[in-house]
Design a protein. Structure first.
Length: 202
């Protein structure tokens, strides 16, 4: 990501996990080979881009989560918080409190985010499979949509209002430097083409 440029709309979990896994090995970052340099070449004091990672851990353990954030604190210029597991649709529409488990996850991310880092937050109204409306984010991620939402289209006024409210609240909570309100949206045209025109109106 170049400085002062618009962010990419996609954060790749698998790539980030692989990078974090590699860097978390003892001294791995220091041992990684560098490209051959001309004699006397001096590296610039500052990168011309933001080095960034998501906090997605390499293992499902607390130690792995701590390592991920520690690497971000030590190596990154920017942290990317990627939310791809649903939207609290009815609560966002009504302006009521989100499920406490989801709020706790957000608070935990913020508490662990190293100070002084640029922040990129990405959210999406599209399901992980990129073929339909995103599922419900309640006590757990990717829960089935409530009955009243099961057949709503992307251009339904309730969907539009709820998602706008959701984005505004995520921005309010995280105060990101960069915000993406869609992830891999082009894949909807391939995997859920019957929804794509409604998505464009959305």
């Amino acid at each position: 990501m170049r400085k002062n440029s618009a962010p990419c709309a996609v954060a790749h979990f698998i790539l980030a996990a692989c990078v974090l896994s590699c860097l978390s090995s003892s001294g791995a970052a220091e041992r990684m080979p560098l490209k051959a340099r001309a004699a006397g070449e001096v590296l610039p004091a500052e990168r011309s881009f933001y080095m960034w990672f998501t906090p997605w851990p390499y293992d499902v353990t607390e130690a792995a989560v701590q390592t991920a954030y520690a690497i971000i604190g030590a190596k990154a210029d920017l942290i990317a918080h990627h939310f791809d597991d649903g939207v609290p649709w009815p609560e966002a529409l009504a302006g009521t409190a989100w499920d406490s488990n989801f709020v706790a996850e957000l608070d935990n991310r913020l508490a662990r985010t190293p100070p002084g880092k640029k922040m990129y937050v990405s959210v999406t109204p599209i399901a992980l499979e990129r073929d339909r409306l995103a599922p419900y984010r309640g006590a757990q991620s990717a829960m089935p949509l409530p009955a009243a939402w099961a057949n709503k289209a992307f251009d339904d006024p309730d969907v539009i209002t709820a998602y706008l409210n959701y984005c505004r609240e995520m921005i309010r909570r995280f105060r990101p430097d960069y915000f993406a309100y869609g992830i891999e949206v082009n894949l909807l045209a391939e995997k859920g083409p019957q929804h794509y025109e409604a998505y464009k109106r959305f």
